[in-house]
Design a binder for this molecule. Structure first.
Ligand SMILES: Nc1ncnc2c1ncn2[C@@H]1O[C@H](COP(=O)(O)OP(=O)(O)O)[C@@H](O)[C@H]1O
Ligand SMILES: [Mg+2]
Length: 375
């Protein structure tokens, strides 16, 4: 799939913008703080309804504006669709072909996006929460029912934690109720575990080879690390998990929170038996993230019959020439790619030649000029 047209109103430093993108490679260059990342962010928000770098939607609205809109024409398998987002300080409205979409789960899988950016390393170095959030987002892009599942899980988890608190404070002592909630929680947990495990398995079908291609090192893999051990094929899995929750109940009451479950899951990145979080060089870690995301492109192709839109935010200055070229081999394969850079010298002239080129400058007074068109 690819985004043909992008229209912005009061998004970040864009008062208004109207741009036509090519379905191949688009390069956006400009000095710092001109709006390159903002542009990629607007595409990300259009597809995924939230920013990858700000939790607060309000920050996305231009300082002088009251509301923002993002509109995109997205072509998927030869069909044009219009996606729209409206955000003000109270509401967010999502539209698909002019029809309001009430459920985010119905919207989020319509436009698929994979983004690479310098802070990506956090995916390895940062807290497990960052990795869980990532897995949730990717699975939601692949399967809209996953998004619903995780939301249902979170609601039950919240109820359970609130009730643990009531028991802790002796406001209520009905342990039966906790048992019922735990049962619900386990049903959802098993479904989440299964989808996550399958996803990691699929990633592993590709990421080892990709890593080797770019880094020339064998043995890269990603491991799924749930907070407790279990066997998804065990016919008594539910009973087994109930016992585990029971064992932890007193502890959970003390903490007023649930200590095991998908909300405590993690993934780890390995080269052979070395955990890259602790033993990887910066370069190895960076390529690990690239391999993960490039593997996802293959999954989108195979299971969704489409290619996602690739956003590469200023990542070329971080890679040496060899890795850059290896990466380019992957991205120039019929995938719409939008690249930002402060310096065109970071990019291969051959790449520039076949790309559509834009220059962004000066915050609000937006001028994007097409320097070269070569499609
Ligand atoms: N809500 C906003 N309203 C107006 N300007 C904003 C808003 N949020 C960020 N900016 C401005 O956007 C600029 C940064 O844009 P960015 O896309 O990150 O730059 P770069 O081109 O370096 O990637 C800064 O000048 C910042 O002040
Ligand atoms: Mg930037």
């Amino acid at each position: 799939m690819y985004i043909k047209k992008l229209k912005l109103h009061d998004f970040r430093n864009y008062k208004s913008l109207n741009v036509t993108l090519t379905k191949g490679i688009n390069i956006i260059y400009g000095e710092n703080a001109q709006g390159k990342t903002n542009l990629l962010e607007s595409i990300y928000v259009l597809g995924l309804t939230k920013s990858h770098r700000s939790f607060i939607d309000n920050n996305l609205i231009n300082n002088e504006g009251e509301y923002l809109t993002i509109e995109g024409i997205v072509n998927n398998n030869k069909i044009d669709n219009k996606l729209n987002i409206y955000i003000d300080n109270k509401t967010k409205v999502l539209k698909f072909n002019n029809n309001t979409i009430k459920k985010i789960s119905d919207y989020i899988s319509l436009m698929n996006i994979i983004i690479f950016y310098p802070d990506d390393l956090e995916l390895i170095k940062g807290s497990p929460q960052i990795r869980r959030k990532y897995i949730n987002l990717e699975l939601s892009q692949l399967y809209s029912n996953y998004f619903i599942l995780v939301n249902e899980y979170s609601k039950i988890l919240k109820l359970r934690n609130e009730y643990l608190k009531k028991i802790n404070k002796r406001i209520s002592v009905d342990k039966n109720y906790i048992e019922i909630l735990t049962g619900y929680l386990i049903d959802k947990s098993i479904m989440i575990y299964k989808m996550r495990e399958k996803f990691i398995k699929k990633i592993n079908e590709y990421c080892g080879d990709i890593y080797k291609d770019i880094m020339d090192l064998e043995g890269f893999s990603i491991k799924y690390k749930p907070s407790i051990e279990f066997d998804l094929k065990d016919p008594n899995l539910k009973e087994y998990l109930k016992e585990e929750y029971n064992k932890k109940l007193d502890y959970d009451i003390k903490l007023c929170s649930t200590s095991i479950g998908p909300h405590k899951d993690d993934i780890e990145f390995y080269l052979g038996d070395k955990n890259l979080k602790f033993y990887g060089s910066q370069g190895q870690q960076r390529v690990a993230v690239l391999a993960l995301k490039l593997a996802e492109i293959e999954i989108f192709k195979k299971y969704k019959d489409t290619t996602p839109i690739l956003l590469l935010d200023d990542i070329f200055s971080e890679l040496d020439d060899k890795k850059k070229n290896n990466l380019l081999k992957y991205i120039s394969k019929n995938i719409q790619t939008i690249i930002t850079t402060t310096d065109l010298n970071n990019l291969d002239p051959k790449l520039i030649k076949k790309s559509k080129l834009f220059n962004i400058n000066n915050g609000n007074i937006i001028k994007i000029k097409e320097v070269k068109l070569d499609e």
